[in-house]
Design a protein around this ligand. Sequence first.
Ligand code: DGY
Length: 324
Amino acid sequence: MSAKPKVLITQKVPETVQNYLNEHCDCTYWDKEGTMPRAELLEKITDVEGVFLSGGAVDTDLLDRAPNLRVVSSSSVGYNHFDLEAMKARGVLGTHTPYVLDGTVADLVLALMLSAGRRIAELDAFVKAGKWQKGAVKGTELFGMDIHHATVGIIGMGRIGEAIAKRAVHGFDMNLLYYSRSRKQDVEDKYGARYCSLNELLVESDYVVIITPLTPETEHMIGKEQFSLMKPTAFFINASRGATVDEQALIEALNNGTIRGAGLDVFDVEPTPIDNPLLKMPNVVTLPHIGSATDKTRYDMAMLAAKNLVGALTGGEAYVVQEL
Ligand code: DGY
């Protein structure tokens, strides 16, 4: 019997996932809270064939310390932390976890739209601060914006984009515009979606949602010029990656009243520094990049990442992000 491949698991995983991994691999685990610190990862990666992680740069620095490395399995759908060219040059396969998180991330996008539009976080703070006095909810200053029958523009119509479309149209009777690399006839047929240019989408939408992967093409695709096209009553929702947006331009657009508010699950730098002006804005709802963070979905992602790791190491099935 050939020896099991040596792998490094850089975050806590559920017991059943551990059992599965132990069956197929010789595993070294990080069993503390959070993820293995970078310094320790660089030290421990030197003799492994596979690594399980969910973020942190997979760059030349890391790859050059791991001459035996064959597979990097990320428990995430996004893989912008992979240096694909460097991985390919060294014959290292990258895998990710599509499908299992679509509905969960889409749920969160709707929650961000509702929270921003109906000012949920702001008004929760208002009540808890004892500011709810008689007559206070009669004036217009606490009013929000409807979601139902409003127009949502989705930038990026992949699997998660489609799950958002379904909720927006079937749940909230929204009008749907989308901008994507390619037209999706089935989405148009199912949800009455209209494909349009990015500029048209920005001009016409009440809620602009960006859910595109971060690639060199999508980096900073939304900046000052794009915000200037949006309605002053519109909300901007980002559950993709912070760098798809010029964060400074977003701050200016919110400060100047170019747009009304935002709902953000992602930031340029994560964790975002406490002095980020976005954190001081009552019309901005902020979350700590938790799009996929429910018990079930994180379990499914961990199990899929484990199966990808084993599959890619043993010539079985895996969601590989690029062929070598
Ligand atoms: C992913 O999996 O890429 C998501 O950002 C997780 O929230």
